[in-house]
Ligand binder design. Structure first.
Ligand code: ZN
Length: 131
């Protein structure tokens, strides 16, 4: 799958976002190790702490289907800056794939690519608990 195809899935996912409070719709497309793509959107609730980001929505759906290996994630929002994952999403993604590629997409579909470890350097991870 090309970057553009993955990004298009993230853009489609953003159309399903439930974001009546922030009005900031986000879509994510997570590519698993076998090439399967699982998408997610942000879902807000009136008790804002219960809201979940698109990236974690996609990741949790993938985990629920048994996936544990991930190659890339595309994150899209219709905004002027490249949409990067929040700190909580970086941490949860890093639990499974600290080397994964993160495609951060802005309005019009332009994007930049990072490695997750560059977005979350010196991260706390499973090795701390296993040593
Ligand atoms: Zn997040």
């Amino acid at each position: 799958m090309t970057d553009r195809e993955l990004i298009n899935l993230a853009i489609e996912a953003a159309n399903n976002a439930y974001a009546p409070y922030s009005r900031f719709s986000v879509g994510a497309a997570l590519e698993c190790g076998d090439g399967t793509v699982i998408t997610g959107c942000n879902v807000e609730c009136a008790a804002l702490g219960g809201s979940i980001c698109a990236e974690r929505n996609a990741l949790c759906a993938a985990i629920g289907k048994g996936y544990r290996n991930f190659k890339r994630i595309a994150v899209y929002a219709d905004c002027q800056d490249y949409c990067v994952p929040c700190g909580t999403c970086r941490q949860l993604l890093s639990e499974f794939a600290p080397n994964m590629e993160v495609l951060c997409v802005k309005s019009g579909g332009r994007y930049v690519s990072y490695r997750l470890y560059d977005l979350l350097p010196a991260s706390f991870g499973p090795d701390y608990l296993n040593s």
